[in-house]
Structures are given as C-alpha cells and as structure tokens.
Design a protein around this ligand. Structure first.
Ligand SMILES: *Cc1c(COP(=O)(O)O)cnc(C)c1O
Length: 401
C-alpha cells in the first residue's frame, strides 16, 4: 500500500466537475480580478467564521502582513509569537520592519506557552500573534486578558485552523484580526495561493482593503504604500464550491483523528499534543505524534540537529520516518527547524536557552497522513506499521546506544 501524507486527488474525483464548470464560467465571463465571486466568497467566509468582514488576499503570509500594517506595526515595534510555527508567522513580522519576539511552547500542547508571554512585554510590544498550530487552539481567554492588561492587539494566525473553535467562537473571530491561508493543504484550500483577513472592526477592515490594492481608497489615489494582494476571481469561485463541504471535511478530520488516537494510544512510546481545552473543537489540519528523543540534550551540534533531510541526526523520530517510508507510508515533519534557528535569523541571536522545548519538539514530531478522504483501512495500515516499526527502531537505538 502507498499512502500519501496529503492528497487532493480524491477530493477532485468528488467535486472536480463542479469546480471545472465554475472555473469555466469565470473564464468565459472575462472578469478575472474582483467581481461577484469575490464578494460572495467574502460574505460566506465572514458567516463561517462569525465576523463582520473578510478581505480576500494573495496568501496567508500576506494576510499576516496586511494585519500588521493595518495596526500600524512597523520599525521598532515588537510582536510576540511562537518559535514553533511555519516560518511565515515570524517572517511577516520582520517584513513590516518589526521584531518578532519568540516565546517557547508549552511542552504538552506544543502551542505558545501563555505563561511566558507576560515577561516578554515591554514598551515596544504592540501585539501578540497566537498561532493555532495543527488546528489546535491557543487559550484565547488568557491571550485576551493579557492584551487588555497591556493594551496590545491580537492577531490570530489561523492558517492551520479554519473552523477550529475556542469555546463558542471560531478562531479568527476572537482577536482583533484573524489571518487565514487557502494554500492547498490547509483545511479550506484553493487551487493555488490565497488567503484572507477577518475582522469585526470596520476601520481595520477598510484599511486592509486599501492596503491590499496599493494603498488606494480610490483608484489611482494612493494614500499609503501598500501591496498588490488580491484573491484571484478563479480562486474565489473554487473556494465558493469548497466552502459548502467544509463542515463535512472537518467532521471527517475529527473522525480520522479519533481513529488514530484509538489505534495508537496503547503504544507507550507514542504521545500526542494535548488538546488545549475540553471546550475547543479541534479542526485537525495535522495529526501529529511525538516520539521521544532523550538523546537531544546530549547533542551539542545544533545545526546538525536541525537538518531538514534528517539524515545527519539519529533520533527515534528520524528512524521511524525512514522505516515508515519503506512501508509506503509518507509522513512529514512539521517543523524540522524552529524559527529561531533559521539561517535567515542568524543575526537576531535569539536565546536558545529560552526556547528549549521548541528545539526539542522539532526533533520529536511526526505528522501522519491526514486528509478528509483517507480510509479506515489505510489508517489501520499506518497504525499497524507504525507500531511494528517503532518496536524495531527502539531496539536499534538501544543496541547502538
Ligand atoms: C501556511 C501557513 C502560513 C502562510 O500561509 P501561506 O498561504 O502559505 O502564505 C502562515 N502561518 C502558518 C501557521 C501556516 O501554516
């Protein structure tokens, strides 16, 4: 059996003809930028998330940049976020000239450790950017109360969390601004790049709309330096179809996650990121397992440790990944290198000592195949082989230790 980590083939078999006919309508209609499809999608997405405004844009990364710019965050300002995320989270902060302040994760949830945020707040701090990683939700009550106490803005990075709920609200409707990605592998994916910003603040919404079209409130009148960041009409047409299926897909993801948990929970060598609260609804963009790496603390060669191909460094996770691959099971590491260890940030001199849990988790996590159409038989195949492979690998490591 060959099992991909993610695939859109099966989804396309289901709704491909519907998509092709809508795309063809847009192509024949001749309006490729803006238009009804965009307005329709923005309205549906606002209804889905529970906000007053959605502004479509080019990507999730652009959504973050637009959000920061709309809040006038720039040179000299600091934004607090997690070092365990996709690079774009911090990249967006740097792109507007501000400084990302990277906080360690909670080793149980792998989300930003909310207890460590307060000590990083100073007079330059302008915002907190919680990342709802893998579809789990950051504790927004704590984030909101910190933001209130210190008069900070909250920008939610919801790229992996379309339809995640924190208590009774969808993420992206809780902070000042929510930022979403429609990259094809996300919960709601386009056929290319796409993103959106959500907010219930009319002033912020207006500003984001202007920034996304070259800083122009009226065509050819530019009041600030902006961007060219629009959601394509064709992508909006595709998203208008896909959004009808989102609850079904999230439901499937939840079932799949529960199956994996049932199939794997008895294995004492596997642990799972804790769901942040009983009152969240997890959207399971990724199903992540942790394979403990006790050797981590013995390794002094930091850059060798964070090798993307995972060949240089011998850890249980890397070994398991390789052996799963030999059985036709393709897993992925999100993320092999923490943001603070990226070469792009070598001049920032982030304190490694403060980010110890992030460093360690990057050597331990593995994402198993997860997409709404994966079958139960395939999941059983993954689980059985994982249990087998893990046994071998543990022996191998013990022998070599
Ligand atoms: C995917 C992702 C982004 C960036 O989205 P793009 O649409 O790829 O630009 C930002 N943050 C996180 C956490 C992501 O997973």
């Amino acid at each position: 059996m060959q099992i991909p980590p993610f695939t859109l083939d099966r989804q396309f078999q289901e709704i491909g003809s519907e998509i092709q006919s809508e795309v063809s309508k847009v192509l024949k209609g001749g309006q490729y930028i803006g238009g009804q499809e965009i307005a329709k999608f923005e309205e549906s997405f606002s209804n889905l998330i529970g906000v007053e405004n959605t502004i479509g844009c080019n990507s999730g990364t652009d959504a973050l940049v637009l959000a920061l710019r709309a809040l006038d965050i720039g040179v000299g300002d600091e934004v607090i976020t997690s070092s365990f995320s996709f690079f774009a989270t911090a990249e967006a902060i740097s792109a507007v000239g501000a400084n990302p302040v990277l906080v360690d994760i909670d080793p149980e949830t792998y989300l930003i450790n909310t207890e460590l945020i307060e000590q990083e707040i100073n007079s330059n701090t302008k915002a907190i950017m919680p990342v709802h990683l893998f579809g789990n939700a950051v504790n927004m009550s704590l984030i909101k109360s910190l933001a209130k106490k210190y008069d900070l803005k909250v920008i939610e990075d919801c790229a992996q969390a379309t339809c995640t709920m924190w208590e009774t609200s969808k993420v992206g409707s809780i902070g000042d601004i929510g930022c979403f990605s429609f990259f094809p592998t996300k919960n709601l994916g386009a056929a290319g790049d796409g993103g959106a910003v959500t907010t219930s603040d009319q002033k912020i919404a207006k500003k984001i709309r202007e920034l996304a079209v070259h800083g122009s409130p009226i065509r050819y009148h530019h009041t600030q330096i902006g961007y060219n960041s629009r959601l394509d009409t064709i992508q909006a047409a595709i998203l208008n179809i896909k959004i009808k299926y989102i609850s079904k897909w999230i439901n499937n993801r939840q079932k799949i996650a529960n199956n994996y948990l049932d199939l794997l929970e008895k294995n004492p060598f596997i642990s799972f990121p804790k769901i942040s609260s009983d009152s969240i609804s997890h959207s399971w963009n990724q199903f992540v397992i942790k394979l403990r790496n006790d050797k981590y603390f013995l390794n002094e060669d930091f850059l060798n440790l964070f090798d993307t191909d995972c060949k240089k460094y011998y850890s249980l996770r890397n070994l398991v990944k390789q052996q799963l691959f030999e059985k036709g099971i393709n897993s992925i590491i999100y993320y092999p290198i923490p943001i603070h260890a990226q070469i792009a940030y070598k001049n920032k001199n982030f304190s490694r000592a403060k980010l110890i849990n992030t460093e360690r988790i990057c050597t331990e996590v593995l994402s198993l195949p997860m997409f709404p159409e994966i079958s139960y038989e395939e999941q059983v195949y993954v689980a059985e082989n994982l249990n087998k492979v893990l046994k071998n690998c543990i022996q191998e490591i013990q022998i070599s230790a």
